[in-house]
Design a protein around this ligand. Sequence first.
Ligand SMILES: NC(=O)c1ccc[n+]([C@@H]2O[C@H](COP(=O)([O-])OP(=O)(O)OC[C@H]3O[C@@H](n4cnc5c(N)ncnc54)[C@H](O)[C@@H]3O)[C@@H](O)[C@H]2O)c1
Ligand SMILES: [Zn+2]
Ligand SMILES: [Zn+2]
Length: 341
Amino acid sequence: MKCVAIKGVKQFEIKEIEEPKSENGEVVIDVLKTGICGSDIHYWVLGQPIGLVMGHEYCGVVTDPGSRQDLKIGDRVTALPISPCNECPACLTGNPQYCRQTWAHATGLSLTNPGGLAPKMKIRPDMVLKVPDNLKDEEVAMVEPTAVGLHAIHLADVKVGDKVLVIGAGIIGLVSAMFAKMEGASYVAISEPNEARAKRAIELGVADEWFNAKDEKLTEKLLFKTNGGFDLAVDCCGNSKAVSSAIMAVHPGGKVVLAGVSMTPVTIPTVVAVMSEITIISSIAYTKEEFQTCINLMADKKIDMMKFVDEIVDLEHVQQSYERLTLGTDSAVKILVDPNK
Ligand SMILES: NC(=O)c1ccc[n+]([C@@H]2O[C@H](COP(=O)([O-])OP(=O)(O)OC[C@H]3O[C@@H](n4cnc5c(N)ncnc54)[C@H](O)[C@@H]3O)[C@@H](O)[C@H]2O)c1
Ligand SMILES: [Zn+2]
Ligand SMILES: [Zn+2]
């Protein structure tokens, strides 16, 4: 079958790989929709690992239920892309997201388990979740990034009336802003250098105001607006400038949640963090419970994730979509791929 794999720096190729078969109880699915994630973009920019078939946010239809006797052919499912060991202290306390094994064979994020940028894929049976009929395929493909934002906001422990700054208006930033409001934040601001994306965040109603991240007076303006600093800043970007701006924007004793990822070490003003006793919390992925909560929130119409979906493309247009998402001037936030289109 045809798939899209990393070929080099900012370069994909369409190539043939073997169709997946259930050998160790895996659930095999036809991929209906798969999302392009900011983390995928990091791999594409690096051009490594060569041969990686990405796509860890997906909706599929079961063609072989493997060892999952509760599933049948035709069921629609999604899955946590992680591969926890189920034995270590993290796994045993319900935190598979930081199990040391969890990313080694993650679906769509490792060479051993190709992801949704192919018409079919196989998934570890214990990670698969059946989804309600009233969810659209697109919504199901949005569960994973939604759960990332939910986990970050759960860790942030937002209080009613908090002022929250979200750094970066990609999908992780937008979902974090949305959940911060749901948790009772009275004011949510977004800082973002891409004006088109930032304006979209306001139009979509997830944030109250945006600040241009390129503005040299950014910190000054943020502190003025909040009378001395935000209660919480959530970094959903990961670079030095972004993380530093988060630390500088909270009031003494405030909190910074790091959800953004950088593939290289970043420089941050630790003196500001230390002198102001800022609590820095790191957030990775989600628990299985949070993943299920996001499915429930969508099914119960408590959140609308369709509004973040910009376009659905076929495998031939994946390269072009990555280029569009990294232009820095386009308003697109989430492009989904239909590998069977
Ligand atoms: N912690 C986790 O579990 C987890 C999960 C998924 C993604 N991520 C990471 O979260 C980040 C966001 O993901 P995404 O899908 O939204 O990515 P994205 O690339 O779509 O969004 C990042 C946004 O940050 C903006 N930005 C760049 N520099 C900035 C600055 N100095 N200040 C403010 N904004 C700035 C960009 O213009 C862009 O809009 C990525 O680093 C991704 O790898 C983390
Ligand atoms: Zn993702
Ligand atoms: Zn483990």
